[in-house]
Write a protein that binds this ligand. Structure first.
Ligand code: SF4
Length: 205
C-alpha cells in the first residue's frame, strides 16, 4: 500500500497510540528532505523540539547540524527523525512500550523517505532496530549492519557528545563513514577536499 506524505503527517498528528500523546505540545516528525539517501534516527523530542515540532533543533541538534554541514550534507541529503514522535516527560528515555507503539509510524516513514543508509543515533534507536539491549556503543559504532535492504550504522547520540566532547571525533568519523558510503553508492557527490572536524561548541539559542 502506498501512503502519501500528507496522509502520513495527518496520521502522526492524530496519533494517541501511547501515553506520550497526553503531554505533548507537538508531534515531532522530521526535518530535512522527505525523500533522502541518508536517514538519522535519534531517541525522542526534547523541550525545544516539542515546542517547534521539529527534531534535533536544540543544543544536540545544533551539534549534529554542525558536523553534517562540515561533511557537506545539504538538506536534500538527509531525513532526521526519532524513535518516538512525542516528548517523554523530563526527557526520560522512552519506555519499550512507547517505542513499540511508535515503531509502526517510523516504519512507514522509512518507506516514504526511502533512505539507503540509516544512521542510528544512540542506544535507544539501536535497540529498536536490532532488539539488542546489551550492546555497548563503543563496540558497535561505526560498522554497517545490513538489514532488510538498508545499511544501518550505529553511532553516538549527539547529546552524549555534548557531555563528552572528547568523543566528538568518533561521531565525526561515523558521519564520514555514512557520507563515504553514500558517495560510493552514487547518492552524494564527493567532497573536493577532506574536511576538518569543527571543534567549536554549537551556538546557544
Ligand atoms: S509517541 Fe508515537 S505512538 Fe506515542 S502518541 Fe506520539 S506518535 Fe503516537
Amino acid at each position: 500500500m502506498k501512503i502519501s506524505w500528507n496522509d502520513f503527517v495527518e496520521e502522526c498528528n492524530s496519533c494517541h497510540a501511547c501515553p506520550l500523546a497526553e503531554t505533548r505540545k507537538n508531534v515531532v516528525i522530521y526535518r530535512g528532505s522527505v525523500v533522502a539517501p541518508v536517514m538519522f534516527v535519534g531517541e525522542g523530542p526534547g523541550a525545544n523540539e516539542d515546542e517547534e515540532g521539529r527534531p534535533f533543533v536544540g543544543q544536540a541538534g545544533r551539534l549534529l547540524q554542525l558536523l553534517l554541514d562540515a561533511q557537506g550534507f545539504s538538506e536534500k541529503d538527509y531525513h532526521i527523525a526519532n524513535v518516538v514522535k512525542c516528548r517523554p516527560p523530563e526527557n526520560r528515555v522512552p519506555t519499550d512500550a512507547e517505542a513499540a507503539a511508535c515503531k509502526k509510524l517510523l516504519g512507514k516513514q522509512i518507506l516514504i523517505a526511502k533512505p539507503k543508509i540509516i544512521v542510528l543515533l544512540g542506544k535507544t534507536a539501536y535497540t529498536l532496530f536490532t532488539g539488542d539491549k546489551n550492546a555497548k556503543m563503543t563496540q558497535i559504532r561505526g560498522s554497517f549492519i545490513e538489514k532488510n535492504g538498508y545499511l544501518i550504522l550505529p553511532t553516538f547520540h549527539p547529546a552524549y557528545i555534548l557531555r563528552n566532547n572528547n568523543e566528538r571525533i568518533k561521531l565525526w568519523q561515523d558521519i564520514e563513514v555514512a557520507r563515504r558510503k553514500a558517495e560510493e553508492l552514487g547518492l552524494m557527490e564527493p567532497l573536493p577536499a577532506q574536511p576538518d572536524m569543527p571543534t567549536s561548541r554549537p551556538g546557544s539559542r
